[in-house]
Design a protein around this ligand. Structure first.
Ligand code: EPZ
Length: 427
């Protein structure tokens, strides 16, 4: 098992290059299954979710070859299995994109019910609503989702929730639906636009991605293409917050500054100095951070995936801050581990009340999901003393070379590996 050991209080200074977006990669890799050709994906992040998906596609008969560490060639002309029971999928929420990507080509697809992070119920009713509107039959048996459709016909679908996953999954299926499909109340995240741009490069006809109405005109075949994945707004935001909490001065490079607007505005409100260029943002920490209120929302609102990291930063701000989590019903579970480091946070349903500034102190803590793990790293960077973070496989799912990138900015961080200690057997 791997752990991070961090000695806190080093200000982070310098430049960090941001990798490709995890949530774009885990949509576009399965999206290649919709194309009957050879795709080359560039700027893929080197993370476990990507390597796991590549193993799954290989099991399905796709020929996958890494041309370099972040460039992948995928040949999906000969897909054998449309039902995948791989254990690799159980941990990955994005496994359900295989349904939308393959439904049009194969007419029948089965995948295990999605896994993913454990912060409250994560239903897929909107995905099912979209597939059924296009003429598919959906059943869930023995923990597997089965979707069949003789023919997909375009439909008007109004999402009850602006779900990122459902927007992408329905877009994937609609590419092969006869006629026009409209998705209303669609999510607008950057990775939705990225996936639509990829599909259009393969010959699809998708208009309006990035707005709340997306129109897809069906086609009967998609070719391969070469496509570069967008940079990861959440990885970038994590380093920007790490700069602010350590009294640092960090420039995040190879990003799309527009994607960071909600965070840069909040950091400026807290007293940080922000400078922006064409593909970089520089965050110079405030001497004393001011309290602020944060409300997560769908893009372009404040991203829920930066909420744990921002709540940690607010613990170091002067005054009382209020954080409202409007996207997920229960995304404050990480606070229990953070409390071991000295934060004073009260949870009331979807709101966290953060008192600050508190002195963070190092101790042993456990990552409970990907962004919860990131919040513990951020707390450890600012804490006095040593922090040992376990279960960092969660963090490895979404951050490429985290310890190397942080160390290059001046952090004192090490990855240690311990054999899984034998579990004591009751005498
Ligand atoms: C995607 O999850 C991301 N995961 C999440 O990132 C991210 O937090 C989330 O979007 C919101 O931005 C990937 O892209 C792989 P949703 P997704 O469907 O698609 C409800 C990370 O750390 N809902 O937009 O599952 C749902 O319960 C991860 O990178 C329904 O009610 O999110 C939630 O309350 C964590 N019915 C809300 O919508 C549905 O059918 C948003 O979920 C689907 C969702």
């Amino acid at each position: 098992m791997d752990h991070f050991v961090i000695v806190g209080q080093n200000p982070l200074v310098g430049k960090v290059s941001i990798s490709g977006a995890k949530n774009a990669a885990v949509a576009i890799i399965p999206a290649t299954l919709a194309s009957n050709g050879i795709c080359i994906l560039e700027n893929l992040p080197v993370i476990e979710d990507v390597t796991n998906f590549v193993q799954v596609l290989r099991k399905m008969g796709a020929k996958c070859k890494f041309l370099d560490k972040s460039t992948l060639q995928i040949d999906t002309r000969k897909i054998s299995a449309a039902s995948i029971s791989s254990d690799l999928l159980k941990d990955m929420r994005a496994s359900y994109y295989i349904l939308g990507a393959l439904l049009g080509r194969m007419g029948h697809v089965e995948v295990p019910l999605p896994g993913g992070c454990n912060f409250g119920l994560r239903p897929i009713d909107q995905h099912i609503k979209g597939f059924e509107a296009l003429g598919a039959k959906v059943s869930i048996e023995h923990g597997t989702i089965k979707v069949c459709a003789e023919k997909l016909v375009g439909a008007n679908i109004y999402l009850d929730v602006a779900s990122v996953g459902a927007t992408i999954n329905i877009m994937l299926a609609a590419v092969y639906a006869e006629g026009v499909t409209t998705i209303e109340n669609a999510a607008k995240e950057p990775h939705i636009v990225d996936c639509a741009n990829f599909l259009n490069m393969c010959g699809a006809s998708i208009k309006g991605a990035g707005t709340d109405i997306i129109r897809i005109t069906g086609t009967n075949a998609l070719k391969g293409c070469t496509y570069t994945i967008i940079p990861d707004q959440i990885e970038a935001g994590t380093y920007m917050i790490a700069s602010a909490i350590t009294g640092g001065d960090v420039t995040v490079c190879n990003i799309i500054p527009k994607h960071m607007d909600s965070l840069t505005a909040k950091l400026a409100e807290m007293g940080c100095q922000i400078q922006e260029g064409g593909d970089w943002v520089r965050v110079t920490a405030a001497k004393q951070l001011a309290a602020a209120n944060v409300k997560t929302h769908y893009y372009p609102g404040f991203p829920t995936d930066l909420q744990p990291q921002m709540t940690t930063l607010l613990a170091r701000a002067e005054g009382t801050s209020y954080v409202t989590e409007s996207v997920f019903p229960n995304r404050f579970q990480y606070v229990e581990q953070l409390s071991r480091m000295g934060v004073k946070i009260k949870i009331d349903g979807r709101m966290a009340v953060v008192e600050g500034p508190v002195r963070l102190t190092g101790t042993e803590v456990l990552a409970t999901d990907l962004r919860a793990g990131a919040s513990l790293v951020i707390a450890a960077l600012a804490a006095t003393g040593i922090t040992k973070i376990s279960n960092i496989h969660y963090i490895d799912r979404g951050y490429e070379n985290l310890e190397q990138k942080l160390a290059a900015l001046g952090a004192n961080i090490k990855r240690i590996t311990t054999e899984d200690l034998p579990v004591a057997v009751e005498a």
